[in-house]
Design a protein around this ligand. Structure first.
Ligand code: SF4
Ligand code: SF4
Length: 123
């Protein structure tokens, strides 16, 4: 059920994000393998060089006191929704804005999550 999931402001599911899963992994050897796979992916796709260590740890987009992945720290959607003090973009009167629509082109699962939340809301 969507309400029990850790949903980012933009609709991504942080519970199943590989970065978050690596953060939670208890087995150190498995954790290192996961971190290296993330670093390799970021290098190949985004041309970003990351250290495969605890610097990439993340407790989820809506964390207030925890660790946040640097790629999500500067996210403009996150910044916008947190300034509006809403739970996520599903609750925004401007849904779905141009910025969010661009995001959905790459992340259709985020759109599906936010639409599911909006179905539960009274307008
Ligand atoms: S905020 Fe963290 S857990 Fe959520 S999508 Fe970004 S990196 Fe993954
Ligand atoms: S304007 Fe609304 S829908 Fe667009 S990013 Fe900001 S909070 Fe999300």
């Amino acid at each position: 059920m969507i309400m029990n999931k850790m949903i980012a402001y933009c609709g991504l599911t942080c519970d199943s994000c590989p970065i978050h899963l690596a953060t939670l992994e208890k087995n150190k050897s498995t954790q290192q393998t996961m971190r290296e796979a993330i670093a390799e992916l970021c290098s190949r796709i985004y041309r970003i060089q990351l250290q495969a260590d605890d610097q990439m740890d993340c407790d989820g987009c809506r964390t207030t006191a925890g660790r946040l992945f640097f790629g999500c720290f500067g996210c403009k959607i996150r910044g916008c929704a947190s300034l509006k003090k809403i739970e996520n973009c599903a609750y925004c009167g401007e849904f779905a804005c141009v910025r969010l629509k661009k995001h959905f082109l790459m992340e259709p699962g985020a759109l599906a999550n936010l639409e599911e939340i909006r179905k539960t809301m009274d307008f």
